[in-house]
Design a protein around this ligand. Structure first.
Ligand code: GDP
Length: 154
């Protein structure tokens, strides 16, 4: 009985702390041959890659993905950039994966990013900043579903 209780407790606490988040390796980083280095940042940072593919977005799909920014002055520039060449979409899994990935990425503007972060290393500008990462549990869920079906996540 106690053994069943402990097993259930471990499963329960394990499932509440484990999270999944979406990363996109953006066109600038794909063109710059930085895919492998960026994936190594995730793995070295303790996150597991549980789904991965290369995708060419249309401007419409990029607009749908970044719909939350559609009133912002940089929307057109952002969707043109995101559909300019292929991106790599990745599902990362781990303890506090959403905030962990945001830490590994660094600030939106690479000039303000902490030394050693992905954007500090590979970002060119506030627009062309190497990677995307989900910013909350709700967006992570939506963004993962935007690119992956349940059978594509391992
Ligand atoms: P993130 O969560 O750190 O990616 O930042 P945001 O959600 O605020 O913005 C989404 C993306 O829009 C950023 O990653 C940039 O690619 C782009 N972006 C944000 N602010 C600007 C800006 O002032 N100018 C341009 N050109 N692009 C921006």
């Amino acid at each position: 009985m106690i053994r069943y209780f402990l097993t259930a407790l471990i499963l329960f606490t394990g499932s509440v702390s484990a999270e999944q988040t979406l990363s996109i390796i953006k066109p600038d980083a794909v063109k710059g041959n930085n895919i492998g280095d960026i994936l190594a940042h995730y793995e070295d940072g303790g996150l597991k890659i549980v789904a991965l593919k290369m995708v060419q977005l249309t401007p419409e799909q990029a607009g749908q993905f970044y719909e939350v920014h559609k009133e912002r002055p940089f929307f057109e520039e952002l969707t043109t950039f995101m559909s300019s060449s292929p991106v790599v979409v990745v599902v990362l899994d781990g303890d506090k994966a959403i905030s962990k990935n945001r830490e590994l990425m660094g600030a939106t503007d690479p000039k303000k990013a902490t030394e050693g972060t992905i954007r500090w290393k590979y970002g060119n500008s506030i627009g062309e900043n190497a990677v995307h990462g989900s910013d909350s549990e709700a967006t992570a869920k939506e963004e993962i579903q935007f690119f992956f079906g349940p059978h594509e996540i391992h």
